[in-house]
Design a protein around this ligand. Structure first.
Ligand code: GLC
Length: 599
């Protein structure tokens, strides 16, 4: 695989199925799937048999309300998503992450939940959800749902009962105080809208604690009834057949005066108790930690051998470093964060991403680096939100397909299970005029019709408007056009996903950083017991030729993972010189094979 020639990766211009040389034996590649009609790429092993699926998987975050509207009311729904499963299977997605779709006033994109065990009627019914799970599973696609443990909407009946009846059964479900003078060391997260983590409730005549919007009161995890109620919610969704949970905002479950109220011991104990429960009652259910924390803190959400917590932890700090590396034309920051990343515990995996439904968070980098990121990527104040940047991948990278491909290649080859964001596979744009983070949550662009193929509703009745910037609107960017054009971003991404799936070392292999003679060239090995892959990335805007050190590999052979074409062998001094185009990258197979046998 390389970025030298965008056409080279397109189906029709090369064998899209990598040959994947491994030491001594070559495994014949599976036949390429047909281009049409839409069918699954390569079926996964039966769902139940693959306990480690999440370590090899590529996840795809899809907002139900923004993806496909089956009944023409202007809001995406479950049946719409079901109708697009063939597309997702064709693309090569292994699992879907569904942000909240529960009844909600939608004052925080659904993360403000009014009823944990219902489905917003605009999206469909519980039967429709079951159908989604069954249909997804029949295509080898798993379903992960969001689980917002920390807070509810202020419209949740628990909160309404709590504020009205302090001595009733829900009186102690939230964190109430007469004076807002506790936990003052806890930072405010949504700095754009909130100036305190305490809010006054005129009904109960007390203050309540909230880490996010003031309409999202935090649940009181000191109360055993809250702990049990949330365990029941998890049980409820497990029983629907889902494969896992993304645990939203988990560092903040408990509070303790004199601390920053993040990552506290009782929080970890509660997560461990949830894991214990799902392991016993619904074995195989995967837990994913959204803990926006430095690597040494994030790693604690894997738990210990005796008290395991999550299977996957999102690796927040690596993401801004990828964007920084592209502007600095240097691998320094990436090397630093990779070196600071603790080893994964057995069975653990990082979750990596470039963009998602939130702002590109800059909380994990220094003040100075943050200012530079704003200057590079969000010169207009409307592009910023809280401590971050509210933009989609393609406009963020100034429409440069080469930069987007390099960023994606890094995402797909660095350690971790990648989480893609819906629409980024076609380079969708954003709308910075929309409030909060809505600018990156606009309708998926399926075709060039007025409703972008998302909905047949009058475009003025869509829940959010389709992107209207002529460089990014549905006439310029849509799935249907991308599918028919062999050199499109979509077809490129599909070929990359197929390559990743054919080489499990990307998911489960070790990673070794390599020395290179040029700081703009990042090189590393991904390796499992069956193969070794050399990934080389040129972060610069100019072509580079770099000497790469490959300790212990004198005489080994290099071949392109995508085409099988041979590269020069590793020299006796254990190095190789590689020339890359600007923003070019290679994924090379490193083998012991006798070259005469295969050339
Ligand atoms: C998580 C979600 C974000 C939401 C916040 C509060 O960080 O990703 O969208 O606003 O939690 O629920």
């Amino acid at each position: 695989m390389s970025a030298l020639d965008p056409e080279s990766a397109a189906p029709g211009n090369q064998d899209p199925t990598p040959t994947g040389a491994i030491p001594l034996v070559r495994i014949p590649p599976p036949p390429p799937p047909p281009e049409a009609p839409l069918t699954g790429a390569q079926p996964l092993p039966p769902l139940a048999l693959d306990q480690q699926w999440y370590r090899r998987a590529v996840f795809y975050e899809v907002l139900i309300h923004s993806f496909a509207d089956s009944d023409g009311d202007g809001v995406g729904d479950l049946h719409g998503l079901i109708s697009k499963l063939d597309y997702l299977s064709w693309l090569g997605i292994d699992a879907l992450w569904l942000p909240p779709f529960f009844p909600s006033p939608m004052a925080d994109g659904g993360y403000d939940i009014r009823d944990y065990t219902g489905i917003d009627p605009r999206y469909g019914t519980m039967e429709d959800f079951r159908e989604l799970v069954i249909e997804a599973h029949s295509r080898g696609i798993r379903i992960v749902v969001d689980m917002v443990l920390n807070h509810t909407s202020s419209q949740h009946p628990w909160f309404q009962a709590s504020r009205r009846d302090p001595s009733g059964p829900y009186g102690n479900f939230y964190v109430w105080r007469d004076r807002p003078n506790e936990y003052l060391d806890a930072r405010v997260i949504f700095v754009d809208t909130e100036d305190s983590n305490w809010a006054w409730d005129p009904v109960r005549q007390q203050f309540y604690w909230h880490r996010f919007f003031s309409h999202q009161p935090d649940l009181n995890f000191d109360n055993p009834a809250v702990r049990e109620a949330m365990r029941d919610v998890v049980r409820f969704w497990c029983a629907t057949g889902v494969d896992g949970f993304r645990l939203d905002a988990i560092p903040y479950l408990y509070e303790e005066d004199g601390t920053i109220c993040e990552n506290l011991g009782p929080t970890h104990r509660y997560i461990a108790s949830l894991r214990d429960m799902v392991d016993r009652e619904f074995p195989g259910t995967v837990m994913i930690a959204e803990a926006n924390q430095p690597p040494h803190e994030v790693v604690t959400y894997f738990g210990t051998d005796e008290n395991p917590e999550c299977h996957i932890c999102f690796h927040f700090p690596i993401m801004p470093r990828i964007f920084e590396a592209l502007r600095e034309e240097s691998s320094h920051g990436l090397r630093e964060v990779l070196a600071a990343t603790p080893p994964l515990p057995k069975g653990g995996q990082w979750g990596t991403f470039l963009r998602n439904h939130d702002e590109l968070t800059l909380e994990m980098i220094s003040e100075e680096d943050r200012e530079r990121m704003y200057a590079w990527y969000a010169p207009d104040a409307r592009m910023r939100a809280n401590v971050g940047i509210r933009r989609r991948l393609m406009p963020l990278l100034h429409g440069s397909r080469r930069e987007v491909e390099l960023a994606d290649a890094l995402l797909l080859s660095l350690p971790g299970s990648p989480f893609l964001y819906y629409g980024d596979e076609i380079g969708m744009g954003d709308d910075i005029r929309l409030p909060d983070r809505n600018g990156v949550r606009t309708p998926m662009q399926w075709d060039d019709s007025p409703g972008a193929g998302f909905s047949t509703a009058d475009p003025s009745n869509l829940y959010l408007p389709v992107v209207s910037n002529p460089y990014y609107d549905q006439r310029a960017v849509n799935v249907s056009e991308h599918r028919t054009r062999p050199t499109s971003m979509l077809n490129w991404m599909r070929a990359m996903l197929r390559s990743r799936r054919s080489h499990p070392a990307f998911g489960i292999g070790s990673m070794t950083l390599l020395s290179t003679s040029d700081d703009a060239v990042l090189a590393f090995l991904r390796r499992d017991e069956s193969e070794t892959i050399l990934c080389i990335n040129n972060l610069a805007t100019t072509p580079r030729s770099a000497r790469i050190q490959l300790p212990g590999m004198a005489g080994w052979h290099l071949s392109d993972l995508g085409s099988g074409n041979w590269f020069p062998d590793v020299r006796e001094d254990e190095s190789v010189d590689i020339t890359l185009a600007r923003h070019g990258f290679y994924w090379l197979s490193v083998t012991f094979l006798d070259p005469e046998e295969d050339r």
